[in-house]
Each structure stands twice: as C-alpha cells, then as structure tokens.
Design a binder for this molecule. Structure first.
Ligand SMILES: Cc1cc2nc3c(=O)[nH]c(=O)nc-3n(C[C@H](O)[C@H](O)[C@H](O)COP(=O)(O)OP(=O)(O)OC[C@H]3O[C@@H](n4cnc5c(N)ncnc54)[C@H](O)[C@@H]3O)c2cc1C
Length: 368
C-alpha cells in the first residue's frame, strides 16, 4: 500500500476501470473499497450500454466507450453476460417520431449503425408493444452487460499487473494522501476519487446530487422482448432537474428475465423501495407492453445515480487537494462510460494524447 503511485478510492466499475487503465500504463495502483467491489450503483444499475446524444460531449464519450466495450468483451461475451441486443427507441406519437429521425441523423453522422422503424417494422421486431405507436429507431451497436462481473474482471486484470486492493473506509483526502477509518495515513503521488454518489461525502464542495432510481426484475420469460426498449420520452425524464418521473425502459437479460425501469427522484437519500413509485413505474411500463402485467416480478431494489448539473461526469484534476483526480458524477450512464472515463483519466495523469478531447469533462468547468 505504501509504495503505491496511485490510490483509487472506490471499486465500482469506474474505480475498477481506472485501476485497470493505470496499471496497464505501468503505475503501481492500490484500490481502497469500504464494502464489496461492484456493490454500489454498479450493482444497482441496468447495465445498458447505450450511446446517448443529448449533446456532443455525451455522444463522444458514450460512443468512444462503446468501442472500448466491444474490445473488452471481444470473443468472450459470456464472461461479462454481454448481449448485443441493440436499443429500440420507441416513438409514442408523431412528435417523438420526429425526435427519432433527428436522433438517427446524429448517430448515423457519427458512424453508428441505426435504422428508422415504421410501425410495421417495429411490431415485427417487438410484437409485445401496444398498438398505436408511431414507430421507432433501432440502434444496433448498443448492448448490455452484468456490471459487477465486469468490475471483478477489470480489478483482477489490474491485480495480475501488481495492483492491490484493501477493504477500508477513506475518511479524509489530504494533499497526495488519504486517511483511513483506523486513522492511518497513506501517501501516493496521485489520488483518484471514484466513490460514486458518496464522493461528495469526502469532498462536500462537489456539484453532485443523488438521483434515486427503482428497478424490478421478473422471472424468466425468454423472448418476451428482444431489444432494450426505451421510450423517446425517457430523454425528457432523464434530464429533469427536479421532481419525480418514470420512463418506459425494458431490458431482456440473457437469463430470460425482464429488467424493468426506470424512475428518477431527487431530494431523497432513503434507499427503501417506495411502493407508490414502484407501482407508477410498473404501470407505465405495462402501458407500453400490456402483457407485462401477467409476468411475475421476483425482486425490486433502488440505487442512486451521482448527477452533476450538466449531466456530464467529472474526469480530471481537482483543485481541492494537490494530487487529487476525479472520476465521478456519471449519473445514469456510468456503466457505459466507465471505460472511456478510465482512458481519459489515465491519459491526463500520464500526459498522453487522448483519443477524444477530455476538456468537456474537466471538473474545473464548475468553479472557473
Ligand atoms: C437505477 C439505476 C439504473 C442505472 N442504469 C444504468 C444503465 O443502464 N447503463 C449505464 O451506463 N449506467 C446506469 N446507471 C448508472 C451506473 O450504475 C453508475 O453511473 C455507475 O455504476 C457508477 O459507478 P461508480 O464506480 O462511479 O460508483 P459505484 O458503483 O457506486 O462505486 C463507488 C464505490 O466507492 C465505494 N466508496 C464510497 N465511499 C467510499 C469511501 N469513503 N471509502 C472507500 N470506498 C468508498 C462504494 O462502496 C462503492 O463500491 C444506473 C444507475 C442506477 C441507480
């Protein structure tokens, strides 16, 4: 621990990806995790690998990360429980169909494979969808993984290169050092804060707000749906800066189970499942796929997204302490963007040229 060049705080998928990328560059890495690796938001999320295009920076980061996921998964998709199911963005009405066409243009312009679906083409692919929808957009390169498993794979790879992991709670960050719960102080040239939504416990000045989400998973119904189905209205819900909202988001797990999302709530840090919110989310999902009502829900849970004011993560140096780097604030897209985050962070630490510009994600954008 004491000869580490980099200490990574947090072994969620972002911390694990950073440990992997930094150890690949020959740095001596120590990862400190207070709980179970991959057991935070990483275990709570849907694991949807999705290109998002609300702005150019989000598109660049998610598309770059998707390409890194393809390399990581390679020819062993089952290790990550990966499925290249693609996403169908479902348009409920003509206004949303317009949004689908704009999205198609943006994604195709970025070299991504997508296909505009007429209602007939939509129902041919997904017969469970309710009648009367306006069509959709199929994004072929999207997929899904089981994030805790990938987290383990990344950490193991880092450990084979000499990285170490320690189970402890970091209670304070100092210049080039961390203090642990037992009072010991550990120094390193670089400290990487990758503690997800709890990053602001260690650094209260961070512009991070918790956004609670509910999910539900059913028993096994293989083939019920074949793609990740998301309503185009999701985008409005995902970017609301206040209030509670739900959106239709259905995922076919490789096990045959159906993972049902999603909800967003601010102003609460209570992890309890809220029956009213859960019911609202499930009703909304069933309004798109009516047969969903007949399926058995096995388990429900909640998780917290670490949201920043502009929806982009914080990747880069922090002026709060010397030697401190941030890799946090990934909101609802951190499984997707974890791998690109790690490359951008490691590239900055090692002063390398990065594949995409890192400037849009620099933490300094919030305090000059
Ligand atoms: C309901 C929901 C659905 C989602 N769906 C998707 C999706 O489909 N696709 C997608 O791309 N993203 C999704 N996300 C977002 C994604 O899950 C997160 O962005 C991502 O997991 C963040 O990873 P992380 O490593 O930053 O955080 P975490 O996984 O929370 O990891 C942080 C780790 O730091 C540890 N830690 C915290 N404080 C300390 C401390 N003081 N000392 C030591 N260790 C500490 C924690 O124990 C934890 O293990 C979803 C999130 C939610 C909540």
């Amino acid at each position: 621990m004491n000869n580490a060049e980099v200490i990574v705080i947090g072994a969620g998928i972002v911390g694990a990806a950073c440990a992997d990328a930094l150890s690949e560059r020959g740095l001596r890495v120590a990862v400190i995790e207070q709980d179970i690796a991959g057991g935070g938001a990483t275990a709570a999320g849907m694991g949807h690998l999705v290109v998002m295009d609300d702005n150019a920076a989000e598109l660049a980061l998610s598309a770059y990360s998707l390409s890194l996921w393809k390399d990581l998964v390679g020819d062993r998709p089952q290790r990550h429980e990966y499925s290249g199911c693609g996403t169908i963005w479902v348009a409920a009405d003509e206004e949303e169909m317009e949004a689908a066409l704009v999205k198609a243009q943006t994604l195709c312009g970025h070299g991504l494979l997508c296909e505009v679906l007429t209602p007939a083409a939509l129902y041919a692919r997904e017969p469970q969808l309710r009648a009367g929808l306006a069509g959709g957009l199929l994004v072929r390169g999207d997929g899904l993984v089981y994030p805790p498993k990938t987290t383990r794979i990344l950490l193991d790879r880092a450990m084979r290169r000499g990285a170490i992991t320690k189970r402890a709670q970091v209670t304070a960050i100092e210049d080039h050092a961390v203090v642990l719960g037992d009072g010991t102080r550990h120094q390193a040239q670089h400290i990487v804060l990758a503690a997800g939504v709890r990053s602001s416990v260690l650094l209260p000045e961070l512009p991070i707000q918790a956004k609670k989400g509910h999910l539900a998973i059913t028993d096994r119904y293989p083939g019920f749906v074949k793609h990740q189905l998301v309503e185009l209205g999701y985008i409005k819900s995902a970017h609301a800066a206040s209030g509670d909202s739900v959106a239709f988001n259905l995922q076919p797990r490789p096990t045959g189970q159906i993972l049902i999302g999603s909800s967003r709530q601010f102003d609460t840090i209570d992890p309890a499942v809220e029956p009213a919110m859960l019911q609202r989310m499930l009703r909304h999902a069933a309004s798109f796929t009516p047969q969903l009502k007949e399926l058995n829900v096995l388990r429900t849970w909640t998780g917290f997204r670490a949201a920043t004011p502009d929806g982009l993560p914080l990747i880069g140096p922090s002026s709060a302490r010397r030697g401190l780097w941030l890799a946090t604030g990934h909101e609802g897209l951190g499984i997707t963007t974890s791998l690109a985050t790690a490359q951008l962070l490691a590239g900055q630490i090692q002063k390398e040229k990065t594949r995409i510009p890192y400037v849009p994600y620099l933490p300094g954008r919030f305090h000059g």
